[in-house]
Design a protein around this ligand. Structure first.
Ligand SMILES: [Zn+2]
Ligand SMILES: [Zn+2]
Ligand SMILES: [Zn+2]
Length: 235
């Protein structure tokens, strides 16, 4: 199985991962990421109980690796990720991932939101101020209504779209699926769950708290639908 296949949870468990997890957590091939994460949580408590927390690092690393794969494959498929944490007392700051992710960015071409790729837009005719008519006054009184020649009476003229300068498309920088860097969550020590409940929100000094971005499914869909062409990656 490879990461490329699809976005289902199972697909992110590669043979290499399985080997890691089997070694560390004793899980089987038919285990889902949820099982593995549950095993990780249980292992943590066992290690803690036995005063063996100095051995926990490889477990954390394997757990992080699995989550990164899940997150990345979800980002690839749907442009947002949503990890359903199986932990008790899931950490609020990282939503159970244990890490804060920064994604690579890429430039894509999207249809201009003003002209929707029509390249031209209709604006009010300046000659007649949108009325389509002119009142011609005669000297000495009286007058007639004439049709505006600029807009042929429609009140509108078609011009090059100002927003995209007539290109119909615009470049947009969006998060890519590849993870650029990760920051360990300080609130849970990378575990994804906390021992102390509930996490107290202290209102003292303004503290920089990195949190995982929450892009709604709706917004992600919107971006996805807008994209007309993927451009080469930029970092
Ligand atoms: Zn956390
Ligand atoms: Zn006009
Ligand atoms: Zn435009």
């Amino acid at each position: 199985m490879t990461v490329e296949q699809d976005a289902t949870q199972q697909s992110v468990i590669t043979d290499e991962n399985i080997e890691n997890f089997e070694k560390l957590l004793g899980v089987g091939v038919d285990y889902t990421p949820e099982h593995i994460l549950k095993c990780f949580e249980a292992s943590y408590w066992v290690k803690k109980e036995n005063n063996e927390l100095d051995q926990i690092d490889p477990y954390v690393e394997a757990k992080n690796q699995l989550l990164q794969l899940m997150v990345s494959s979800q980002m690839k498929a749907q442009r947002y990720f949503e990890i359903t944490s199986p932990f008790n007392n899931t950490c609020i700051a990282c939503r159970g991932t244990g890490e804060i992710y920064k994604f690579k960015r890429k430039t894509v071409k999207v249809n201009c939101h003003i002209c929707a790729n029509k390249k031209k837009i209709k604006v009010q005719c300046r000659s007649c101020k949108g009325t389509g008519r002119f009142k011609k006054r005669w000297i000495g009184g009286g007058g007639i209504d004439v049709t505006c020649r600029t807009c042929q009476g429609s009140g509108e003229v078609t011009v090059k779209c100002i927003e995209c300068r007539g290109k119909g498309k615009k470049r947009k920088i969006v998060p890519d699926h590849e993870i650029k860097s990760t920051t360990p969550c300080k609130h849970c020590d990378q575990l994804g769950f906390t021992k102390n409940i509930p996490m107290v929100v202290r209102k003292k000094k303004k503290e920089y708290r990195p949190v995982n971005p929450v892009l709604s499914a709706n917004l992600a869909d919107k971006i996805k639908n807008q994209i007309v062409e993927d451009l080469p990656h930029i970092e």
